[in-house]
Design a protein around this ligand. Structure first.
Ligand code: PMM
Length: 281
């Protein structure tokens, strides 16, 4: 899943694709690079971000969703608002990705159930303005598993088809650095819930600390794609349904490595004579 942020202020790529024409072009580029799904969002969820109005969010996402869907792309709309989801679905979006899992807007679940669309329900404890104060867990993996499974139960009770509910642990949302790493380590326990799993670590702050001494400056977001590819490969090897990333080529290469390892003959023999161009080490 390639990210198309039509926002002026996302932490990861803020402002780069704020104009619809630039966002559409970026979506095309991500598809050409191998993305299967384009996730189009008009609200930044970085800590402390202010929310756009509904009208402004619609103005940002609708032209981008409709242009990319018209060109045949599989588009998800990244929104917490029922009205935006409804209009984006009408404009051609096929999936709704809600970082609040339907908790931010009580109309959301009805819209998604009515459309029969797949729904990404992320683990969420509150809006970005103060979410980091809610990063308090007894056991982060057990707590996220239990909160997400409760959410999935409620969504099923509200009429959503279980196989169409994608769960996401919500990396960076009400999570401190150690929580994010524990969740990556515990992904198999989230997979046991029996729903497809989406993993969105791309360029997140905790990845900016990899390889940086305590107290050192974190690496900037645009310098986190290799680390993202590594975490995404980890998620894919455990069986995640999808990974949400900004830079598709690096993650795709990591997936190809995972695939080559998975499909290798563990006891390959013979000798290379260089005739197939494999003479070099
Ligand atoms: N992260 C962001 C936005 N939307 N959606 C899902 N399902 N999972 C995520 O982890 C997620 C998301 C924030 O990242 P961005 O500002 O770089 O898009």
């Amino acid at each position: 899943m390639g990210v198309v942020n039509v926002t002026p202020d996302s932490f990861s790529d803020g402002g780069q694709w704020f104009e619809p024409a630039a966002a559409i072009e970026h979506g095309r580029e991500l598809l050409a690079q191998g993305a299967d799904i384009l996730d189009v969002g008009g609200e930044s969820t970085r800590p402390g971000a202010e929310r756009p109005t509904v009208a402004e969010e619609l103005r940002r996402v609708l032209p981008v969703v409709s242009a990319l869907a018209d060109e045949g792309a599989l588009v998800s709309v990244d929104t917490m608002r029922a009205e935006v989801a409804a209009q984006a679905l009408r404009a051609g979006a096929a999936i709704v990705n809600d970082v609040s899992g339907g908790l931010a807007d009580e109309g959301m679940v009805g819209v998604v159930a009515g459309a029969g669309a797949p729904f990404v329900a992320m683990h969420w404890r509150g809006h970005s303005a103060d979410m980091q104060s809610k990063a308090v867990y007894d056991d982060v993996v057990a707590d996220v598993v239990s909160e997400l499974s409760e959410r999935a139960r409620e969504l099923v009770a509200a009429g959503l088809e279980p196989s169409r509910i994608v769960l996401d642990p919500g990396f960076g949302f009400a999570k401190l650095t150690a929580h994010n790493w524990s969740l990556l380590r515990g992904l198999d326990r989230l997979l046991e819930l029996g729903h497809p799993l989406l993993v969105g670590t791309s360029r997140k702050t905790f990845l900016g600390r990899v390889g940086v001494a305590p107290g050192g400056d974190p690496r900037p977001p645009l310098d986190r794609d290799v680390v993202t590819a590594a975490t995404s490969m980890h998620a894919a090897r455990l069986g995640a349904w999808g990974v949400r990333v900004h830079h598709v080529p690096s993650t795709l290469d990591a997936m190809r490595v995972a695939q080559a390892i998975e499909s290798a003959d563990g006891s390959a023999g013979g000798s290379a004579d260089g005739s197939a161009g494999e003479g070099a080490p």
